[in-house]
Design a protein around this ligand. Structure first.
Ligand SMILES: Cc1cc2nc3c(=O)[nH]c(=O)nc-3n(C[C@H](O)[C@H](O)[C@H](O)COP(=O)(O)O)c2cc1C
Length: 401
């Protein structure tokens, strides 16, 4: 056999990632980065500082909810349809509109705090990677970059609000996000205080106390007005600012009715993240939420809590006719996405794997991790016989035996 001639790739899609890799193989190239989420985690453990890896990989207490998030997917199997042409080049349309945001595929990066632990400017890098791929990102309040820096780099993005124990500060965050171009506000309600996280405890490592992940507070006029001296004035002033942050981070008084304030502060759609109980879903939708994100924070908050996937069908049945339901916690593959969508999720949030990618290889690593998921998802759609998301119905999944 002679040397291979030029091969033309006829379609341009996420799934073409595999052609790119196999074509590279013709000249002896193999991917430098792992091809699975588990591989990314293993590589991250090898290359990252111990405390950074522990912060990302760790979950609460026995970590059994984190494990359950994964094993819940094993209770479902896909029942694919054949002879539908959905694998043909260009046959698939993965795009979706959710909360008024148009996405090339039904996925947004989950809000992940303190990305400076993984890479300087991590939020901006990750936001740029999602923009290139046409998917969305949810940007954390607990970020190492400011809302304005993130907004300048991101394409379609939503702002995740940790509602502080001060409504003026909460309103200031929301207004800043709106001005910076956020398309929705995602209120995370499962973290009024931090979960019990042994991996971080063993290293006595809480990044916020080192001044990391609090850039949005330090840059906020309402927060700064509470300080006797600007945080950058001296080490003592920074310590005082960190203490002020600690006093304001958790809001134990927050109730569903408070969403009415948020409604007054912004016209953006509102999603509530961290919902597992159908009654909570009903209450927040009654109070004005446009969407709920079924999530247990990747098992980092209440250990022993139900797997997010197990909570999804009931919540879809309870509020799915009047609110969008998104899914988060445990997504690792394209088939995971298909299962969550078939169970009624409108879109999913993707968490740890791209964070490992960021830590391993910066922008290239995030892009790689996102492309893994997107290519796998598009391939799975085709093989399941789904040309678009309307074809992803409840009948696509059966209970595993
Ligand atoms: C390192 C780390 C930081 C996180 N920071 C936030 C945050 O600032 N705000 C938030 O709403 N959720 C945060 N989460 C939770 C994620 O948004 C998401 O719910 C979780 O990662 C989903 O679990 P999975 O990554 O195992 O799929 C964080 C998760 C991790 C791993």
């Amino acid at each position: 056999m002679g040397a291979p001639t030029t091969v033309t790739v006829v379609s341009s899609s996420f799934a073409d990632f595999q052609h790119e890799i196999y074509l590279g193989g013709l000249s002896g190239a193999v991917p430098e980065l792992p091809m699975t989420a588990a591989g990314l985690e293993r590589r991250a453990e090898e290359v990252l500082e111990r405390d950074a890896f522990a912060y990302v990989a760790g979950s609460a207490s026995s970590e059994r909810t984190a494990a359950a998030n994964r094993s819940a997917f094993d209770r479902y199997r896909l029942l694919p349809r054949m002879l539908r042409g959905a694998t043909a080049p260009g046959a698939r349309d993965l795009s979706v509109e959710v909360l008024g945001t148009r996405l090339a595929a039904p996925v947004l990066t989950a809000p992940i705090g303190v990305l400076e632990l993984l890479h300087k400017g991590g939020e901006v890098i990750a936001a740029a990677a999602t923009k290139e791929l046409g998917i969305g990102s949810v940007q954390s309040t607990a970020a190492s970059s400011t809302i304005e820096e993130v907004g300048a780099a991101a394409g379609e993005w939503w702002y995740q609000l940790y509602w502080p124990a001060d409504d003026d500060l909460a309103r200031s965050f929301v207004r800043r996000a709106e001005r910076a171009g956020a398309k929705a506000i995602v209120v995370t309600v499962d973290t009024p205080s931090l979960g019990w996280r042994p991996r971080d405890l063993e290293l006595a490592h809480l990044p916020f106390l080192h001044g990391k992940g609090i850039a949005n507070y330090l840059s906020d006029p309402v927060f700064r007005a509470k300080l006797a001296a600007p945080p950058e004035a001296s080490a003592d002033a920074m310590r005082a600012a960190i203490l002020a942050w600690a006093g304001l981070f958790g809001n134990h008084a927050l109730r569903p009715a408070d969403l009415a304030h948020l409604r007054e502060w912004t016209e953006l759609p509102i999603a509530v993240k961290g919902i597992l109980h159908p009654d909570d879903a009903r209450q927040v939708v009654d109070a004005g939420a446009d969407a709920v994100v079924v999530s247990n924070h990747g098992g980092r908050q209440l250990d022993g809590a139900v797997a997010a996937l197990d909570a999804l069908p009931t919540i879809v049945a309870t509020v799915g006719d009047r609110a969008d339901v998104l899914f988060d916690s445990g997504i690792r593959t394209g088939s995971d996405m298909l299962i969550a969508l078939a169970l009624g999720a409108k879109a999913v949030l993707y968490g740890r794997p791209w964070v490992y990618g960021l830590g391993i290889a910066g922008h290239a690593g995030v892009r790689h991790a996102l492309r893994l998921l997107l290519a796998d998802f598009e391939t799975a759609m085709g093989l399941a016989g789904c040309a678009n998301l309307a074809a992803v119905q409840r009948s696509l999944v059966v209970t595993a035996r």
